[in-house]
Design a protein around this ligand. Structure first.
Ligand code: SAM
Ligand code: SF4
Length: 338
């Protein structure tokens, strides 16, 4: 029997709750310099991470509040043991119709058949360059061949691939055109992301140090490919999508730091230790692990989740202003989940 229709939950600014980004671990096998320092971040002890049981309980409760789509992220999701069996159980929760993940692709290729079997329609693959030496400079690991193996395995399995490339001044600007050119013959969406300051203390970053904002990225691509034709995107999308004349796939630009998309934001984030974020730029608004491990009932947890979502900031600038004094660059994207 299909689940009873769920009345969507709206926040105080009229935006519905539809989408959960779930960080299944803070651990990672790469050291992308825009995400964490070379020596890595201070990983949390295992018992501080949510267990799969706890994630299933929270996700089930959020599905009851309207969440339809869940994206697994991290850290690197495939670094956590038994990810696929967890996904199988997630897929059985009533109400979810889209389970996907964001991966760096290093360990992913052997799992592609299982992802296809699970009905995963799209995978976001992080790839900032097609050049092996530059890949090493950016990620501090020589893993480009394995990432490309994943890329081709996903395409062969008929899973839609969205490439995520962070645009970094002085690091991969020469790579933007070759990456976008992948969309000429392949059915991929190549998305360019403004660099955000969440680098775990790798380096300072702020508004003055964002030379590659979304407008400049578009100009750069248009200087090579000609005018980009804007495409209609669903409400809640963070990428502005474009078609390049004659290309089979698409390109997208994500104004992650300029924050142009907050007006339709429909998502929640859960960090690996159970911190609930109602905005990428807030510092965490609810400790779900304390509720789970403190014996809260489902009704109490649902009430706390709903209150947090209703109360969210209007946009990422307001959320940032509401943070206690704490620089964004002390946080790592590996704990936030992207
Ligand atoms: N490890 C997986 C991966 O890299 O795909 C999943 C987690 S990663 C934190 C999720 C996304 O965040 C990746 O696409 C990554 O490129 C992006 N990201 C990480 N740090 C970023 C930053 N400082 N600015 C913009 N995007 C960032
Ligand atoms: Fe790891 Fe992803 Fe962060 Fe790179 S961006 S260090 S792959 S979590």
């Amino acid at each position: 029997m299909p689940p009873a229709a769920i009345a969507p939950l709206y926040d105080q600014h009229g935006r519905p709750l539809e989408y959960l980004r779930l960080a299944v671990t803070d651990r990672c096998n790469l050291r992308c310099f825009y995400c964490m320092p070379e020596e890595g971040i201070q990983y949390m002890p295992k018992y501080e991470l949510l267990s799969y049981e706890e994630m299933l309980r929270l996700t089930g409760l959020l599905a009851g509040l309207g969440v339809r789509k869940v994206r697994l992220t991290g850290g690197e999701p495939f670094v956590r043991r038994d990810l696929v069996p967890f996904m199988e159980r997630l897929a059985q929760l009533p109400g979810l119709d889209d389970i996907s993940l964001t991966t760096n692709g290093v360990l992913t290729a052997p799992h592609v058949p299982a992802l296809a079997r699970l009905g995963v329609k799209a995978v976001n693959l992080s790839l900032d360059t097609l050049d092996r030496a530059r890949f090493f400079e950016i990620t501090r690991r020589d893993e480009l061949p394995r990432v490309l193996e994943t890329f081709h395995a996903l395409l062969a399995a008929g899973i839609q691939v969205k490439i995520n490339a962070v645009v970094m001044d002085g690091r991969n600007i020469d790579d933007l055109v070759p990456l976008a050119a992948l969309s000429r013959d392949l059915p991929v969406d190549v998305r360019f992301i403004e660099e955000m300051p969440f680098n775990g203390g790798s380096h300072a970053a702020g508004p003055a140090s964002l030379p590659w904002h979304h407008l400049r990225i578009r100009q750069h691509l248009e200087a090579h490919f000609g005018a980009l034709t804007p495409l209609v995107t669903p409400a809640g999308a963070t990428a502005s999508e474009y078609r390049i004349a004659g290309h089979r796939g698409t390109v997208g630009i994500i104004a992650a730091y300029s924050r142009t998309f907050c007006g339709t934001c429909n998502r929640l984030r859960l960090t690996a230790e159970g911190g609930l974020k109602t905005c990428l730029y807030d510092q965490g608004v609810l400790d779900t692990r304390a509720l789970l491990r403190g014996g809260a009932s489902d009704a109490e947890i649902v009430a706390a989740l709903a209150a947090a979502f209703r109360n969210r900031a209007a946009n990422g600038f307001e959320a940032e202003r509401q943070r206690p004094l704490h620089q964004l660059s002390f946080e790592s994207m590996a704990t936030i989940g992207g």
